[in-house]
Design a protein around this ligand. Structure first.
Ligand code: WQD
Length: 366
């Protein structure tokens, strides 16, 4: 499978400018695929003078290759159809779609449920209807461990029941979309969908040029810790010290973004080998780390103090979540290889070189 053989394979990436989408575009370009990148840019920073999000400008520099960028909105079906016509004219076909575009803030989804259902579900429906119309019936879907709710068994395997005890609209959109995609694959021959259930993606590309760039104050642990280490935020609040875990703090399965993306490339190769139907895989390391473990690892990686205080539990949080990752190993030939120290080191490189995320120039003194 030389790079040359992949030049003829066209991948449509939605949500391409975001944290996970941008890392996926880089890996796809590096592997030799034609990449069509789509984003509505509500969640990625862009220089007003340039047509593309900063993340994708850096992706193309890193890859030494170009992608084709479209500023497009999944909710606007007529204009999306125009984009599809344009893609087909230029590339003849779309082979596979990697669908990352979605809203993803849990707290916000409780305040604005309709926006979440519309964006994540209607957006996906518009996308799959147009994919089908234009001859593509292959999708890699960006799902979440949140579909398992509060799991009754650990580690969590794919056979665990989904959709039970979901506490927020965001999680429900991921669950409902999986159900829609399952029904589609059952009803319509030739559809092949691989749903990847992410545990807790963290980390950044090893170059320090692309990474996660949250809007405002981060909701998630690792970006928050990174900004405390950088001196942008004074102190971390640890949500709960009385969980039934080894040190009382929440336990999660953190996975390096680069490993997560390797999982997508494996899923893509699997689909390209003519996979049909619906299949879901966990993407995680299979290991659980507590909040205090993460603080310790980040302190080591950054050499910075991370002040914290233990406060009340965050509503909707669960004590522990980590996966059985063996199905992806057996069927896709995928295992995560980077550990928590690699994750913290790469986040720190990204954070310290880009103190304001994509907004500012790289600090050459770091
Ligand atoms: C990890 C641990 C917190 C912040 C969420 C969504 C999930 C998802 C990823 C989104 C927990 C603790 C956190 C803080 C803390 N998908 N924490 N202080 O909750 O496992 O998953 O994000 O796209 O659907 O639910 O991730 O990083 O928010 O929290 O103590 O300031 O850190 O309680 O134990 P979570 P997280």
């Amino acid at each position: 499978s030389s790079d040359e053989s992949k030049r003829g394979i066209t991948i449509l990436v939605t949500g391409a400018g975001g944290y996970i989408g941008s890392h996926a575009c880089l890996a796809l370009l590096e592997a030799g695929y034609n990449v069509i990148a789509l984003d509505n840019m509500v969640n990625c920073w862009k220089d007003d003078r340039l047509p593309e999000p900063e993340s994708l400008i850096r992706v193309q520099i890193l890859a030494g290759r170009q992608l084709k960028f479209y500023h497009g909105e999944l909710l606007c079906k007529p204009s999306l159809e125009k984009i599809f016509e344009d893609i087909i004219q230029e590339h003849k076909k779309i082979d596979v779609c990697m669908h990352f575009a979605a809203l993803k803030a849990v707290g916000e989804s409780c305040a604005k449920p309709l926006e979440y259902y519309k964006n994540n579900i209607t957006g996906t429906m518009n996308l799959i209807e147009l994919l089908e119309k234009f001859g593509c019936k292959s999708l890699v879907y960006s799902s979440s461990a949140t579909v398992y709710g509060d799991p009754s068994n650990l580690p969590i395997s794919e056979s665990e029941l989904t959709g039970v005890g979901l506490t927020n609209p965001y999680g429900k959109t991921k669950y409902m979309t999986e159900e829609i995609l399952k029904d589609l694959c059952n009803a319509v021959q030739d559809w092949g969908v691989i749903s990847l259930r992410y545990f807790n993606p963290v980390g950044a590309h090893v170059s320090g040029l692309i990474g996660e760039d949250p809007n405002g104050i981060p909701n998630n642990l690792v970006p928050f810790v990174a900004q405390v280490a950088a001196g942008k935020l004074p102190k971390l609040k640890v949500f709960g010290g009385d969980y039934p875990t080894k040190d009382g703090t929440g336990v999660r399965d953190y996975i390096h973004i680069t490993d997560l993306i390797t999982g997508h490339i494996k899923a893509l190769e699997f689909i390209l080998k003519d996979f049909k139907g619906f299949k879901a895989y966990n993407l995680g390391t299979g290991k659980g780390f507590s909040v205090l473990d993460v603080i310790r690892a980040f302190r080591e990686a950054s050499g910075k103090d991370i002040p914290y205080e233990i406060v009340d539990r965050r509503p909707g949080d669960i004590a522990a979540s980590y996966c059985d990752a063996s199905l992806a190993d057996r069927e896709l030939g995928w295992v995560a290889s980077r550990d928590i120290h690699d994750m913290c080191q790469d986040v720190w490189r990204w954070q310290s070189r880009n103190i304001n995320g994509f907004k500012k120039e790289i600090n050459p003194n770091c």
